[in-house]
Design a protein. Sequence first.
Length: 259
Amino acid sequence: MTTPREASAAGTPPSGGDAAEDADIGTSSEDYARRFTGAVGRWFVETQARITLRVLGALPMGASILDVGGGHAQIAPPLIDAGYEVTVVGSDPVCGARLTPWTGTGRCQFKVADLQRLPYADASFDAVVCLRLLPHSVSWQNLIRELCRVARRCVVVDYPSIRSVNILSSQLFAMKRGVELNTRRFMTFSPREIDAAFARCGFVVRAERPQFLIPMVVHRMVNRAFFSRAAEVPGRLTGLTRWLGSPIIARADRRIPLT
């Protein structure tokens, strides 16, 4: 089986040791947020939020959700608007800056913690969401273990799939960096690897929803939201997005529900 370390044609972040799990500092910055401005950027975030809310659909209103590394403020506001009780945890105080409109009014909480050693008891939250962190993690399997440990019902993560055009990401990285300017190296994963990591924690992946068939960098190059929406329709209708789309948003449920 190909490991993400071997499959990461775009390069590999440091692993394990004493390295800090602090990739969320970058994704919480204003510089990163500018990647999602404009019509195409907003469409990316809207698509991500819609799919995430859909896979969380079985949760009751008012369920507690921990958003790990969510200082980018891409998913916390939609979760709040959907009626969930949201806590965001970041690796540094600066990660809470973009959440001020919600934390300042008491609509969600922000905490600083070691993301590899979350300061919560087992099964503290109904669900745990972790977007835009796994492919940059210093220890992705341990991160998944922590997410599962504090989740009572389910965990939702996203990851770039090796089944997609990401298999050519090493060759395409220079072009991607030329378009996005502040892009970072990342790991890619196969669904089998993600399934196995969750299985070791007593969770089973119940839903996988790829977001786009066409690489996001191509959508950014064209920079026409109407074109992007239309161009993605054939892939969804033919099933190609299901098999070859990326990034994938996956929900894993606790195999034996807690009473």
